[in-house]
Design a protein around this ligand. Structure first.
Ligand SMILES: Nc1ncnc2c1ncn2[C@@H]1O[C@H](COP(=O)(O)OP(=O)(O)OP(=O)(O)O)[C@@H](O)[C@H]1O
Length: 257
């Protein structure tokens, strides 16, 4: 059994997994992807899950975020037991409390950056002025204020990923899930994205769970969980996390990026 568990100083961990199991069946073959996995993810931290391709990182993220059910065990997000929720309740939970950033950006080709960010906010039932204000502020925070009227085809890969981050950020989620957010980006753009994720955890107290095999992310995380074959092998705080990043001597602000 793989067991990594601890409690944050502020109380209940943002995410809790207890003896989580997951298998997939392909034809007559059943392969176990997660083996009785137990872990806590602390509030307001950027936690990185690293590990080789196929070790179960994305599956774990999908289960912790309620996108996929586990076969067994318990998963709690913000104190809510996800396994007991109906599909509708899960959708509502994700809409209200979570943001997602994926490797492939998942933008609508026909919508401007501003419209991409406004769309999920309108589903949340917010007033039109609030939707516009939050969307503009989030795009400014990721450095895209001057480009908010452009379509995805007019943006670079790094800019597209920043739109996706702004879209997640504008919801003001307690939980932000990022699955390989830098793998489609070059070094410079990958670095910008990492800095933004780090800043979101710091400035907004958001719990950021990031899955990646990108070694550049390690020194920006508050905590690194190394996975292999569906188990967590190690849990450590990278040395650089104890020190402020370059340019972080001033407290960051919402429009400070
Ligand atoms: N829906 C599915 N049906 C069958 N097998 C699946 C499914 N989803 C994932 N798997 C298998 O589960 C294993 C773990 O996949 P997962 O995507 O979680 O790994 P990963 O560590 O995120 O890999 P990568 O770094 O390459 O994205 C892989 O062997 C994969 O083929």
């Amino acid at each position: 059994m793989s067991t990594i568990a601890s409690t944050s100083a502020s109380g209940t961990p943002a995410l809790q997994a207890r003896s989580v199991r997951k298998s997939f069946v392909s034809g007559r073959l059943q392969s176990t992807v997660l083996h009785d996995l137990t872990l806590d993810v602390h509030t307001g931290e950027l936690t990185l899950i690293s590990g080789p391709s196929g070790c179960g990182k994305s599956t774990l993220l999908a289960i912790l975020s309620g996108l996929q059910p586990a076969d067994g065990g318990d998963v709690r997000a913000l104190g809510h037991e996800l396994s007991g929720m109906s599909t509708r309740a899960l959708e509502s939970f994700r809409l209200q409390h979570t943001g997602f950033v994926f490797q492939g950006f998942n933008l609508f080709p026909a919508l401007t950056a501003l419209e991409q960010v406004e769309l999920p906010l309108s589903y949340m039932g917010l007033a039109k002025e609030v939707v516009r204000k939050r969307a503009v502020e989030s795009l400014e925070e990721v450095g895209l204020g001057p480009r908010m009227r452009l379509l995805p085809a007019e943006l670079s890969g790094g800019e597209k990923q920043r739109v996706a981050i702004a879209r997640a950020l504008a919801k003001e989620p307690e939980l932000l899930f990022a699955d390989e957010p830098t793998s489609a980006l070059d070094a410079a753009n990958g670095q910008i994205v990492i800095d933004i994720l780090h800043r979101i955890a710091r400035a907004h107290g958001t719990t950021v769970l990031c899955v990646s095999h990108d070694p550049r992310l390690v020194h920006h995380a508050d905590r690194v969980l190394a996975m292999e074959d569906g188990r967590i092998l190690s849990d450590h705080v990278p040395p650089a996390a104890a020190f402020p990043l370059q340019g972080e001597s001033q407290p960051p602000t919402r429009s400070g990026y």
